[in-house]
Structures are given as C-alpha cells and as structure tokens.
Design a protein around this ligand. Structure first.
Ligand code: DHB
Ligand code: FE
Length: 276
C-alpha cells in the first residue's frame, strides 16, 4: 500500500463501521453542522470562501491527509476519553500507529538499520496497578520516528524498512521492561501538503517535539495509549498537535560518567483494572 493510501485509512488494518451505525450521529453531527452555519453567519463567509473550503477538503482527501488534519483534534478526544481514568497519564495515538509490529525477544532491542542514525537510548521502567502492584506480561507496543531531521516514521514515509523502530515487548516477572533504541528527533508534519499549508497560513509551525509512542495492554486492565517527551525540547510549548502534558516530559540521563555512554529514559506506567 502506498504511503498516501495507507494514510487515507483512519486505522490501517482496522475495520471501523460506517458513521450511520453510530446511535449518537444526530446528537453530535447536527450541532456540528449548526456551529459551522453560525460561523458562516458571524464571519460573513462569502461564496469564494465557501469554494475555498470545498477545494481544501478535496485536496486533503487526495493527499491522504484526512487522518493528519483530524489528529489536530485528537488531544481533545484524548482529554474527554480519559478524564476519569485511574491509569497513568494518556496522550494521543497520532496518525502513525501501525498494527502488526514484530514481537521482540529479550534482551529487547528496537528493529533498526545497521547504520541507524541517532544516539543510543535505553528506555526502561515498570508497568503496575495504581497501587503499585507489578503487572507481569503486560504488552508494550512502542513506535517512534527516526533521528533524521525532521524525523520520519517507517511504513508511512519512504526511506525506512517496514517496521523499523516499531516493536512489541512484554514486562518481566517483576513487571519491568528495558528496551534499547535510539533517541528520536523532533518531527514535523508534511508542510507542503494541504494541512501544512493551512497551518502556515494560520501563522503556525508544523513541528512536534521529539516523542516515543507507547500502547500498553494486559488482561484485566484498561489499555493505555501515551507518549513520552524529553526535557529541553524546543517544541514542548508549541506542539502542532497540542498533545504535550507536563507529567510526560522526562529527563534523558547519561547512563554513567563516561560521556560516550548511552542515554537513559525511565518511566513507570500504571494501568487501571477493567471497569465492570
Ligand atoms: C501528529 C501526531 C504524532 O504523534 C505524530 O507523530 C505526527 C503527527 C499529529 O497530531 O498531527
Ligand atoms: Fe508521533
């Protein structure tokens, strides 16, 4: 599948029913239409501007950027979905999750090219209940951009082998995990496509701070989707996706006094039990 066709699917590889199957279609879509009409009235939107909007949506679909534009709203969806969650802090999935990443074998090393650019990074931590009980055998599905500038994602952007820097691992008998990978660089969404050009016209840049995506699942627990960010990143305060949360900004520490040793990143996740 081409990058564009892949990006056209809201969840590559996942079947999602038609919107008419959703019983809340009247409750949610009708007010959405009403609000657009209010803006047309309030801002005196002209026929030309209405045609610009039509043209923009056609362009967006043709460029395969519907999921990309929609990702700009995902931070609010995440906030609503997880407002009452007892799990640790969530963050958006973003448009570039791909199911089917390889299950790795310990000691865990992210799939990477022999000459993968970037500083080595050891990401470790634990998965526990909110009370701190270890969760053994929790599945972590981890994906991140490479260390080129700006970073790119395998299976989405050309230039990387499939599932490069994407992998699954499990917590051990103590509920702990350790994954060796590389430090991703900040990422910017394509700025030549309709989404990037619109952001530019709005006076906004297209950058996201560097981040590592993680999805965690374990039997009997609510699944968690989150991202981890690095202290000192220049885009933490102006993320194009408005998805940074303070609790998810972490220090990258050198492993030891030796300056050529790798960086370490530590984070403990908590999963709330499944609601009954
Ligand atoms: C967006 C989010 C991401 O996590 C990412 O890697 C790229 C884009 C977004 O919200 O547009
Ligand atoms: Fe991302």
């Amino acid at each position: 599948m081409s990058a564009g066709a892949q990006a056209m699917q809201s969840r590559p590889g996942v079947e999602i029913p038609d919107i008419t199957a959703n019983p809340r279609v009247v409750e949610v879509v009708q007010p959405l239409i009403d609000r657009v009409q209010e803006v047309i009235q309030e801002k005196n939107v002209s026929y030309d501007e209405w045609h610009h909007a039509i043209h923009f949506m056609i362009d967006l679909a043709n460029a395969g950027e519907v999921p990309l534009l929609m990702a700009l709203f995902e931070a609010t969806v995440d906030e609503v979905a997880n407002a009452a969650s007892a799990s640790s802090t969530t963050a958006i999935e973003g448009p570039y999750y791909v199911p089917g990443a390889p299950m790795l074998e310990p000691p865990y090393v992210m799939p990477q090219r022999p000459d993968e650019p970037g500083e080595p990074l050891v990401f470790s931590g634990a998965v526990t209940t909110p009370a701190g009980q270890p969760i053994v055998g929790a599945l972590l599905d981890v994906w991140h951009a490479d260390a080129t500038v700006p970073g790119t994602y395998s299976n989405i952007h050309p230039g990387q082998p499939d599932f490069n820097l994407r992998g699954k691992l499990k917590t051990d008998e103590q509920g702990r995990f350790e994954l060796t990978t590389i430090r991703p660089t900040p990422y910017h969404i394509p700025d030549q496509g309709p989404t990037g050009r619109l952001l530019g016209a709005l006076g906004r840049h297209s950058w996201r701070p560097a981040h590592i995506h993680v999805k965690i699942s374990a039997d009997g627990y609510q699944p968690l989707t989150t991202q981890l960010y690095f202290q000192g990143d220049e885009f933490l305060d102006s993320d194009v996706a408005s998805a940074v949360k303070d609790e998810l900004i972490l220090p990258l520490r050198p492993a030891g006094p030796n300056t050529d040793s790798h960086l370490t990143l530590r984070y403990d996740f908590q999963l709330a039990p499944t609601r009954r």
